[in-house]
Design a protein around this ligand. Sequence first.
Ligand code: TLP
Length: 348
Amino acid sequence: MDVIDLRSDTVTLPSPKMRQAIAAAELGDDVFGEDPTTNRLEDMAADRMGAEAGLLVASGTMGNLISILAHCGRGDEVILGDQSHTFRYEAGGIAALGGVHPFTIANSPDGTMCLADIAAAIHPDNVHFPRTKLICLENTHNRCRGAVLTPEYTESVADLAGEHSLSVHLDGARIFNAAVALGLDVAELTRCVDSVTFCLSKGLAAPVGSVVCGSAEFIASARRIRKSVGGGMRQCGIIAAAGIVALEEMTDRLADDHANARRLAEGIAQIDGLSIDLDTVVTNMVYFNLTTDRLTCDQFADRLAEKGVKCLALSPMGLRMVTHYGIQTADIDGALNVMADLINALHY
Ligand code: TLP
């Protein structure tokens, strides 16, 4: 059975060109700074983000962890959204490994946090409070249905941070999806932040890796922390080689994923028994719900999987499907047919 895997864009497999680049990569020991392919990727990434320097890390989670640990010491506080990936899905690493205190603010459905709420969360220098050091944003915003933060919003948060001598870190795991959706150069979205993590895997389809970008001083500190969490990788040019292809060839094609997500969402809207807010589908994420009580979301996801269509049931958000490099338009139509058949079968 052919499987249509819409659980996440993390399931993408490397392109043939990536596999060739991996095989041909020139290698050295990156802990000595001697892996030429990794050095090239880090320079390319920094250039794309408009930053001074870059650092290859094993994953988006590691990139966010290292960045937050580079900005904050033990007992310092980071302000972040209550729906943010770092707060929800990164195993509490910032608290467990860094002693960093998370102060959460409600994310609006569009992925923003209200500026007044952020301002109110910034602690004055007082012995009772953790020291506020950092604000974290996420673009695109995963649990806010792939919502895109605008450069204007990012700048307004950076301005507020600047007034209080705070830094801003951006979880830009899918920052290229945001840039493509807005029709902007990605550097427009990172211009005012102090650090950004973006993923080479996910929509860019590299098998492993993320890059942290920031000032040279920040990256030097992040490099030391990467070593301390065991992330110093030796001949990591084999990872970087695929990352270079990802940056050179895979960013523009994200528009195809967005078009497929739109097609999927419009098809879901036609199926009696499913509900979706079409306005929320702006990148490659499609969140929707069941309107029938004959099946829970988990049961629906299980039944779909039996028929070769994989998605995620994310209580209380309903179901999530994510389009990516491994999904063609015909797969979207196939998945819609399976969903419609399954829902129809419930009525008999
Ligand atoms: N997100 C994964 C799961 O962990 C939920 C997914 O399938 O969407 N930031 C954001 C915004 C993310 O969505 C993710 C992965 C990460 C960071 C972490 O990246 P990795 O998986 O490379 O550690």
